[in-house]
Design a binder for this molecule. Structure first.
Ligand code: HEM
Length: 198
């Protein structure tokens, strides 16, 4: 089954490289002091800013791609029965898979993602990504940040949001890579993301 069109693969590759650059430079900025930094502070700021700006553009490509091609259909789901479907998939990952049970939602041409994948991709791509991009843009133009947000200094609030969402996205990336190893073979999903074929 041809499930990953070229634009999805190119977007995904660029997105993954930018994420790695953003995570490494972001951690370096977070933990740098006058005496120590993983990457020299000025370089880390420049790489983080440039990667973040490119990420904004690639994110728009992703949104448009999902809006105007059939790939968007894979992110849609009826809310009714969602919890049951997600639970069924979670139970399979926790127990069923080790008892060699059949996958409850195997990949089909009309079903690229199982319910748990679908839910996590929607939360990450349509909630967390906008949050990290908007908070990042505000930190890039700090004059636009209101003095106070929810009884905190505005810049502190935006910074905390950016760091918290960055942490969530970093954890997602690790869990995501782990789940990608659960395919027909440990490398088959990675191969699909290279040649498009499942
Ligand atoms: C080195 C890092 C990464 C690797 C090795 C990786 C690997 C993969 C693989 C093998 C797939 C295909 C299997 C599947 O559909 O689940 C995939 C799909 C996907 N990944 Fe990643 N990923 C990485 C980083 C990321 C990041 C940082 C994000 C988002 C923040 C992301 C979001 C997605 C999405 C949304 C899909 C489904 C795309 C579609 O078909 O519409 N990935 N990834």
């Amino acid at each position: 089954m041809y499930l990953y069109p070229l634009w999805v693969r190119l977007w995904h590759l660029t997105n993954a490289i930018l994420f790695l650059a953003l995570i490494v430079t972001g951690l370096s900025l977070q933990y740098s002091s006058n005496e120590f930094s993983i990457i020299p502070f000025n370089y880390a700021v420049s790489i983080h800013n440039i990667s973040g700006i490119i990420l904004c553009f690639t994110y728009v490509v992703y949104l448009l791609g999902n809006r105007f091609t059939s790939n968007g259909q894979y992110y849609q789901f009826p809310l009714k029965g969602m919890a049951t479907r997600v639970w069924k998939q979670f139970r399979y990952y926790s127990f069923g898979i080790f008892r060699k049970e059949e996958a409850p939602y195997p990949v089909e041409i009309g079903r690229k993602f199982n319910p748990l994948q679908k839910l996590s991709y929607v939360i990450i791509m349509y909630l967390m990504m906008p949050l990290i991009i908007i908070s990042g843009l505000f930190l890039f133009f700090p004059d636009l940040i209101p003095d106070s947000i929810m009884f905190l200094s505005g810049i502190h609030f935006v910074d905390l949001t950016h760091i918290f969402v960055g942490f969530v996205l970093s954890v997602f990336m690790l869990v995501h890579i782990y789940f990608c190893t659960i395919g027909k073979t440990p490398t088959s999903n990675f191969k699909s993301m290279i040649d498009g074929w499942h």
